[in-house]
Design a protein around this ligand. Structure first.
Ligand SMILES: [Zn+2]
Length: 176
């Protein structure tokens, strides 16, 4: 395993690098990424995000669940507490799904997924858990319903075999 000696050693190197100095809480890239917990798909790596550039929410599948929306609601309160409410430039929410996602294995457990999405098990087909391209379209739509007008939302699918993302849903502004 990677033990705490290893972790503190790696952290000391990070701290020496100084990339953390002076960063603010607000993401400098005005970007929020919703992605999967899969260790192969860390948005910081696959999207080359720099420290402080984006807020990242990760869950099983990178899905926009009611819990995801509650998290975003909490973050909007933090933003209001830390700013005067004005925004610097356009705000972008990117949903990042991927091929070979473990959530497809959970299709065998509809009750678990029904709890996750907080829907009746009979409605799970609409969540497209076995198809990342369809799922990212679904989640962009769900996310748009939970975000204020004016922000941009996109849907990406990362291919674990090629290392490349496909822009399934190009960034589009949430309508008023
Ligand atoms: Zn996954």
């Amino acid at each position: 395993m990677i033990d705490t000696d290893e972790l503190t050693g790696r952290n000391a190197e990070f701290a020496d690098g100084g990339s953390f100095v002076g960063l603010g809480l607000m993401p400098s890239g005005s970007l929020t990424v919703i992605g999967c917990v899969d260790p192969r798909v860390d948005p910081s790596d696959v999207l080359a995000l720099r420290l402080g550039e984006a807020a990242v929410i990760r869950n099983v599948g990178g899905r926009v669940t009611p819990a995801t929306l509650r998290t975003l609601g909490m973050l909007s309160k933090v933003v209001r507490a830390r700013t005067d409410g004005s925004r610097r430039g356009d705000v972008h929410y990117a949903v990042l799904h991927h091929t070979d996602c473990g959530i497809t294995d959970l299709a065998a457990f509809p009750d678990l997924l029904a709890d996750y999405f907080e829907v009746p098990a009979g409605d799970l087909d609409a969540r497209a858990v076995t198809d990342p391209v369809a799922a990212v379209r679904v989640d962009v739509d769900v996310l748009k319903q939970g975000l204020p007008a004016g922000v941009f939302v996109s849907g990406l699918v990362y291919d674990v075999a090629t290392g490349l993302i496909d822009v399934v849903v190009p960034p589009a502004r949430v309508e008023a």
